[in-house]
Design a protein around this ligand. Structure first.
Ligand code: ATP
Ligand code: MG
Length: 297
């Protein structure tokens, strides 16, 4: 009898517990259901976001393609415009040259002086057209490079020869460190020559006294070309801007008139198109160092 009572009690307790358990279970199920709904909503939101992101990426891709096309169109337009502008310029320069060198008859010194001014300005205009064309091609990655083995010694000696007269005319010392045997670099000879020329041109233009040094060093995987000057230097505030097109730091108006502010961006573009890297350092009032690394391949 005692036993039956006990088992009844147990049963009763079990039942109560069971009911409690059931309640808890129902509660958990409800919670889980709620969580599931919440998760589903989140999943839906995530999916919507994924689709929106994909759409945005598609739009961005489209915009990028359009920009590239526009850049190419701009370069093409510049090509045509530059060609049209250069066409009359070439014979004009040739005729003025004939007049100056008296191939068309004797001229007076005053006439010669005037013609020389015209000649200089025409040359300047030609350079400007070429520079604007170059920068637009570089920006559109449309500059054609004739990649060949480049003898850096020959290239630098040629640049030295071109600039030595003007540097020495300004009573500056020109030191060159160009070993006769260097490994060949790979690149476009004319474009690399233009890059070195632009750096020497700046060194000459922005130096009034002291020395300009042109150095080349070769290590196992790259060539380093450096142009150092003891010129006016660059203010720290101007340093981040000098590679921007058309930027010229505040200097005298005459010096500003001697350029357009395209030289350095062109050098940078050419060097980067050769997978090289530019560097520079400067101390205002003391001088500057500009140069680049060029990989062998
Ligand atoms: N060696 C240097 N010493 C001092 N300042 C320099 C030197 N090289 C460049 N700069 C500064 O950077 C600016 C930009 O140089 P960049 O060669 O692009 O243009 P630019 O020489 O003025 O004109 P361009 O090269 O078109 O004839 C210069 O105007 C000058 O302020
Ligand atoms: Mg320049």
């Amino acid at each position: 009898m005692k036993n039956t009572n006990q088992s009844f009690k147990i049963c009763l307790r079990d039942r109560k517990e069971l009911v409690e358990l059931k309640k808890q279970l129902e509660e958990r199920t409800r919670e889980l259901e709620a969580k599931k709904t919440e998760l589903n909503t989140k999943l839906k939101e995530a999916e919507e976001m994924r689709i929106a992101t994909l759409n945005m990426m598609g739009d961005l891709d489209e915009a990028l393609k359009e920009l590239k096309t526009l850049d190419k169109l701009k370069a093409e337009f510049m090509n045509v415009a530059a060609h049209e502008l250069k066409t009359p310029l070439t014979p004009m320069i040739a005729y003025i040259d004939m007049l100056i060198t008296e191939k068309k008859g004797k001229i007076t010194p005053r006439q010669k002086e005037t013609l020389q001014i015209v000649f200089k300005n025409l040359e300047r205009l030609k350079r400007l057209i070429n520079d604007v064309l170059d920068i637009s091609r570089l920006e559109a990655k449309a500059m054609k490079m004739a990649i060949k083995d480049v003898n850096i010694t020959i290239l630098l000696r040629e640049a030295e020869e071109e600039y030595r007269p003007a540097i020495e005319k300004k009573k500056l010392k020109f030191i060159t460190n160009i070993p006769s045997h260097l490994p060949n670099a790979k690149g476009d000879y004319g474009r690399l020559r233009q890059a070195v020329g632009n750096l020497l041109n700046n060194a000459l233009k922005f130096t009034e006294k002291g020395t300009i040094t042109l150095t080349v060093e070769a290590d196992k995987d790259r060539i380093k070309v450096t142009v150092t000057d003891t010129g006016i230097g660059i203010k720290e505030k101007d340093e981040p801007k000098i590679f921007q097109k058309f930027y010229q730091a505040e200097t005298s108006p005459e010096r500003k008139a001697q350029g357009t502010g395209l030289g350095l961006p062109i050098v940078k573009g050419i060097i980067e198109a050769h997978k090289g890297k530019m560097f520079f350092s400067s101390k205002y009032g003391k001088g500057s160092t500009f140069g680049f690394y060029l990989p062998y391949k």
